[in-house]
Design a protein around this ligand. Sequence first.
Ligand SMILES: [Zn+2]
Ligand SMILES: [Zn+2]
Ligand SMILES: [Zn+2]
Ligand SMILES: [Zn+2]
Length: 345
Amino acid sequence: MAATAPTYCDACGVEKAGKQCSRCHQARYCSAACQKRHWHASHKNDCATWVAIERIFAADMSARPRVPPDVHCYLCLESGNDLVHCGCRCRGSAGYAHVGCVLEMLSSLGDDESLEEYAKVYDACPTCGGHFTGEMQSQIIVAWWRRNQKPKSKFRYSATIDVTAFLSYRKADPRVVDGIFRRLLDEATREFGPVAFLTLTTLMHLGEHRVQHLGDVANGLECLSRAVAGLRLYSPSSTLADALVMRGRVLCKLGIHDEAVPEAREAWKIAVAAGGEDSDLSFSVFAHFVEIARRSSNRKAYEEIEAVAVDVYTRARRFLGHDNPVVFHMRRALGELRSKFRRSS
Ligand SMILES: [Zn+2]
Ligand SMILES: [Zn+2]
Ligand SMILES: [Zn+2]
Ligand SMILES: [Zn+2]
């Protein structure tokens, strides 16, 4: 990571910043005055985020598998022990790159690139089309965040939500992550208003985090329900699909499957409209729809799924690969759904 860390001052932007924050070792400064100013302006909020990120990076480094001798970086074509597997679907000697090479390619993007564009074009393997996961994905999300820490970056806030959601997903200290989410939610409510899209997105991630990592189902459900209600005020988005799926999983945990069925169906329709039939989102939301229908007593949902099941499953297997977890989950849930309704008819 040393080769890719920028050396400009985080407060004034001057190059050759020799000092760094002693807590997180990430923020860089040219002088003590700049460090002090930056701490009060924003770093006192971001420092804990960096510390949590550092821990995840360290864990990734120690879990890094040995690099086989015959592999090379798909960008610079050089080999060596500092190569990282991109976590895509490539096997054997394919799918390796230097973190620095991938980040350098990303840094050539214009400033106005939205995360969606960024992810679509650059966060996937050019050979197999699979998304980067694991260490490579972590490094990219964090680089995106760092890039948008500049003052006046219009993506600053959404990049911060993304990096916090990433911390939650990677199981950073849940109390610390909860604190970061709450601070973000306060900031968004103050800056954009309580029903702004970004505020509702934060609320959605906070709800998911509370259910998944703090075990606070009641509070998490309340956050998710408020997020869903608010996001409905906007035209259907993949964020609404995500929120519906998250809420559906909680309803499922609570045994309220029948209420979750129409929302799961809605989420699937939105996912297909947003990303097309053959997208990671559509397939994972369909798998969720099948799972919810399987647990409910809703025969109509069963018939609806039955009519498209073979087609969706075949395409998912072709698109994601036979051993993909979503495909596996879909296959099992479809089988159980069928036998349940065969038994009951
Ligand atoms: Zn400075
Ligand atoms: Zn710091
Ligand atoms: Zn390289
Ligand atoms: Zn690949």
